[in-house]
Write a protein that binds this ligand. Sequence first.
Ligand SMILES: C[S@@+](CC[C@H](N)C(=O)[O-])C[C@H]1O[C@@H](n2cnc3c(N)ncnc32)[C@H](O)[C@@H]1O
Length: 245
Amino acid sequence: MTFTMPTHNEKAKYVQDQFNRIANGYDRCNDLVSLGMHRSWKHQAIKALNIKPTGNYLDVCCGTGDLTFIIAKSLTESGCVTGLDFSSKMLDIASSRSADFFAKHKHVGSIAFINGDALNLPFADNTFDGAIISFGLRNLTDFNQGINEISRVLKPQARLVNLDLGHPKPGLFTHVYNFYFNNIVPLIGETFQNERTAYTYLPKSLEQYPDAQGISTILTNANLTNVEYRNLACGTVALHWGTVA
Ligand SMILES: C[S@@+](CC[C@H](N)C(=O)[O-])C[C@H]1O[C@@H](n2cnc3c(N)ncnc32)[C@H](O)[C@@H]1O
C-alpha cells in the first residue's frame, strides 16, 4: 500500500477525518500500540502540571478525555477542567465516559467538553491555571501557533505541559523501535481497527515533528520560562513543561 502524507493545507481536515474514523476503538488500540504505557506517561504529565485543586484547567486535543478525567480527579468541586477537541466522534466517546466517571467519583472537579480548534481557542486571554496537550501538538498544522495559542489563554505563572512522541537516540534500540513503529503498529491498526492508514500516518507524523530540543525552543519562543523536558520510554516519548512569565 502506498501512503502519502497530507500537505500543509490538507492536514487539519485529514487529521479531523482520521480521528472521526478511528474514535471507536481508539482507546483499545492506544493500549495495544503503547503496550499500556500511555497510562503511566499521562500520569507523569499530570504531575508536571502541578495542579491546584480549586483551579481551572484546559486539556487541548483531549480526544476521548483520558487526561481530562485524571485532572478532574485531582480537583475539588470548586475546580473545573475543559477538554477541547475538533473531532466530534472523539468527543462523543469522551462525553459517554463522563456518566460512568461521575458515578464512580464524587467531590471531584466539573468537566466541560468543547468542540473547537486548538489553533484558535475559543477562550479569552489569561483564563486557565494550567493546560496540557497530549499526543496532540504533532497533529497540528502549525506547532508554534499551537503553543502560542495555549500560552495566550493561560494566566501568569500557569504551567503548560506537552506530552508527545520523541526521537530516540540512534542505536540498536532505534532499529528495533523503528521496525515496530513502521511495521507492527500499522498491522495492529489494520487488525484491530481495520484502519492501516491512520496507523501509518502515526509514525510518518513523527518525521515532521521536532526533537525534544526543538520543542523546548518552541516553548521558549512562546515566552514560557523554566522550560524543561524529560525523555520517557527510552526517548520514544518526550514530556515538556514550562511556566507562563
Ligand atoms: C492522538 S489523539 C490524543 C488524544 C488524547 N489527548 C490522548 O492523549 O489520548 C489527538 C487528538 O487531537 C485532536 N486534534 C488534532 N488537531 C486538532 C485541532 N487543530 N484542534 C482540536 N483538536 C485537534 C484529534 O481530533 C485527536 O482527538
